[in-house]
Design a binder for this molecule. Structure first.
Ligand code: PAF
Length: 284
């Protein structure tokens, strides 16, 4: 696997991949890789001839009180994992390469960015959309893969790609989970043993609420039970548990179309998110 830090070298390497007509997949990451990222790489390898992963801890998607400085950085270990998984190239730019002096452009995807994490983390999705658009322009991949754990991020990127005619296929990959159901996340490393044990309440609460809503129970009642279950397990505050349209992420009262049940809650200082699919109810 080649590791490239300069844009000129990146373009040259991608042009070489393309010379024989090979297709290119991009797996964008912020590093601190785990089995969830490796599932993206594995899926990318099934779908394209050459897989490029990027590692860039993007300052523009962290709020002023968020964990940018504390965010785990371990490029050497990540690079070894990517090489073992069959990545052809690691794009590892620094902040000056991504945001040179005078950088003044912001991409804002309205609507789908507004609620849920967009409300709790103002500016977060502008930062994500801007850096992902840059990565797309730097590489010009045929496809790009993102985890469904960050479901709102995936919806924002899909909207941006449609709106700006990027012509890149966006592939969402199912959330990878620990044995007790907790979604894999780089932020799980912040949990101490007690918080980690309690955190399993998040997938459980979501799972029970999703099953109840799927069986036709009142959505508000199912959500209230999920919130109570999270608080009892030690989560607080619970930012949201919400049933939303799977494409627009507008809140819905019932899953008349494909919907998603999404949650964000803090345990200790760590904010965890998760979501589950709710298939559309059949109309009788
Ligand atoms: O999901 C992430 O790791 C990041 O938000 C992404 C997509 C790499 C953009 O910085």
């Amino acid at each position: 696997m080649q590791t490239v830090r300069q844009l000129k070298a990146l373009r040259k390497a991608v042009a070489a991949f393309r010379r024989d007509g090979g297709t290119v997949a991009l797996v964008p990451t912020m590093g601190a890789l785990h089995a969830g990222h490796m599932a993206l790489v594995a899926e990318a390898r099934r779908r394209a001839d050459h897989v490029v992963a990027s590692i860039f801890v993007n300052p523009r998607q962290f709020g002023p009180n968020e964990d940018l400085d504390a965010y785990p950085r371990r490029a050497a270990k990540d690079a070894a994992m990517l090489a073992d998984a069959g990545c052809a190239l690691l794009w590892l730019p620094d902040v000056e390469t991504m945001y040179p002096d005078g950088f003044a452009t912001n991409i804002s995807v309205s609507g789908v960015s507004d609620g849920l994490d967009g409300a709790a983390r103002p500016g977060h999705f502008d930062g994500v959309a801007t850096v992902v658009a840059k990565l797309f322009n730097q590489l010009g991949p045929d496809i790009a893969l993102f985890g469904e754990k960050d479901f709102q991020q995936l919806a924002v990127i899909r909207r941006m790609v449609r709106d700006l005619n990027f012509g890149i296929e966006i592939v969402g990959v199912a959330t990878q989970r620990d044995e007790d159901g907790l979604a894999l996340s780089s932020r799980n490393a912040y949990l101490d043993a007690e918080q980690r044990a309690a955190a399993r309440a998040l997938p459980r609460a979501l799972g029970e609420a999703a099953a109840a809503i799927g069986q036709g129970e009142d959505t508000a009642a199912a959500i209230a039970r999920a919130v109570a279950m999270l608080e009892k397990a030690g989560f607080g505050p619970v930012d949201y548990v919400a049933l939303c349209d799977a494409e627009t992420l507008r809140p819905v009262a019932a899953p008349d179309r494909p919907a998603r049940l999404l949650a964000a809650a803090r345990i200790g200082g760590t904010r965890l998110i998760d979501n589950l699919e709710i298939p559309a109810r059949k109309s009788s």
